[in-house]
Design a protein around this ligand. Structure first.
Ligand code: HEM
Length: 412
């Protein structure tokens, strides 16, 4: 069985049972305690605030993920780049009509536009600027998760701070200034709020006066959005693909289902259950607590929540919980991805963008989510593992991520 370690949280009380992790994440008697090292790029962002400040910011930011916004993002910011990137790849066909590429950078590229749009970054419009932006976001992602890095932490953080400065100068400040000018017109009554873009920088510009935030906070909140929108899904999608390929090799009858969004959703969520964005989350108790299990946690005690292990809990997911099984019966009330997106007040705000929103009464109002959309596009073009090259795990971090997944396309 996989057993992740958590060097930064080694001194903390280790919690692995699903119900205990869930109870702590939902409890008002614990505060956020993760990402202590990443303060230079992540300090005081939504994820790291608690109480009234957190509620206020979460209410503001959650408007970015309304059903209408999700539909727009999927159709306008995800599908066109996917189609563009695949048609560019088609130009590199070999004599056998096969295209070789690496899924990890390909997925990152597919998510660039959606990442820019959610955050409100303008000007990612030439190959050169797109490349700069992607590189900045990748290094910011590494710095935001520096506690898990196997590279010298001071170097990772210094790179992150430098990238943030460059990203502010090249992209964030000009985009924010444009939105501040729009916000001023909206406040003066000369522009309708509906005429402005729906993105994080616009929200921050509109709330500038009534918030307690500084300009540096604005940039850091953008880092959370950039990393959330790009790095987590770039990490998750290759796992889903690798598992699905194994499953299809063992269940060839399911090959006909790779254009079925429901089948792909199951494929994606089962993989999400097994591969979490970080080994553990951390929280700190604000008072003495006794959990339903009888475990006592003292005020100020720090707890390391191995949601990675919790998602393999055999009581919840069955004796074969550590296996990838697309026919798994899920316990009532349990999400197929388990605790992958956290739970409680900090539960991932971007989750519907990733897994989609279902509207059974009116399916035209449903969204598939980025993972289903990308998997479907890949399989529509005959994606397969490259038989001549092995996938490589990311050696720079203890996070469960691939650095490289070589693939071929047979139908581009
Ligand atoms: C596979 C994709 C993703 C995974 C696995 C993931 C996972 C998580 C987890 C575990 C948390 C909670 C951390 C904690 O409790 O300490 C979280 C929070 C958050 N995520 Fe995600 N996330 C994903 C995608 C996204 C996307 C697409 C966005 C935005 C576009 C996003 C934005 C956020 C934000 C802003 C928070 C903080 C919420 C709060 O503190 O209230 N995430 N995510």
């Amino acid at each position: 069985m996989l057993r992740f370690e958590a060097p930064p949280y080694a001194d903390q009380t280790r919690i692995e049972a699903y119900d205990e992790v869930m109870e702590i994440l939902r409890s008002p008697h614990f505060i956020q305690n993760s990402h202590k090292e990443s303060v230079p790029v992540y300090g005081d962002v939504l994820l790291l605030t608690d109480g009234a400040v957190h509620i206020k910011r979460r209410q503001m930011i959650s408007t970015l993920f309304s059903r209408g916004a999700l539909q727009y993002l999927e159709s306008e910011a995800l599908m066109p780049p996917i189609e563009h990137l695949l048609s560019e790849l088609a130009k590199d066909k070999n004599a056998d009509g096969v295209v070789r590429t690496d899924l990890v950078p390909l997925v990152r590229a597919m998510l660039t536009r959606i990442t820019a749009l959610v955050t409100g970054v303008d000007g990612v419009d030439t190959d050169e600027k797109t490349e700069r932006f992607r590189m900045q976001v990748a290094l910011l992602a590494e710095a935001s998760a520096v506690e898990w890095s196997k590279r010298p932490h001071d170097v990772v953080l210094a790179d992150g701070v430098r990238m943030l400065d460059e990203c502010v100068q090249e992209f964030l400040r000009p985009s924010y200034e444009r939105r501040r000018a729009m916000a001023a017109e909206i406040k003066a009554g000369t522009r309708d709020v509906a005429d402005g873009p729906t993105d994080l920088l616009m929200l921050l510009a509109l709330h500038e006066g009534d918030g307690d935030f500084t300009e540096d906070y604005v940039w850091r909140e953008c880092v959370l959005a950039l990393v959330g929108a790009s790095a987590t899904t770039t990490q998750a999608l290759p796992h889903a693909f690798m598992h699905l390929e194994d499953w299809l090799a063992e269940h060839p009858e399911d090959r006909t289902r790779v254009d079925d969004p429901e089948f792909l959703r199951r494929a994606a969520t089962e993989s999400l259950r097994l591969h979490l964005p970080a080994p553990a989350l951390s929280r700190k108790a604000v008072q003495d607590v006794e959990l339903k299990s009888g475990r006592r946690i003292a005020a100020d005690e720090e707890v390391c929540l191995f949601f990675t292990h919790a998602n393999l809990d055999t009581d919840k997911f069955g004796d074969d919980a550590h296996e990838y099984d697309l026919e798994r019966e899920l316990p009532a009330g349990t999400q197929p991805w388990g605790l992958n997106f956290g739970n409680g007040v900090h539960m991932c705000i971007g989750r519907p963008l990733v897994t989609g929103l279902t509207n059974r009464a009116d399916p035209t109002q449903s969204t598939d989510g980025t993972m289903v959309k990308i998997l479907r596009a890949l399989y529509a073009h005959g994606v397969e593992r490259d038989p001549d090259q092995q996938a490589q795990a990311n050696q720079n971090s203890v996070e469960d991520a691939y650095a490289s997944v070589p693939v071929i396309f047979r139908k581009l």
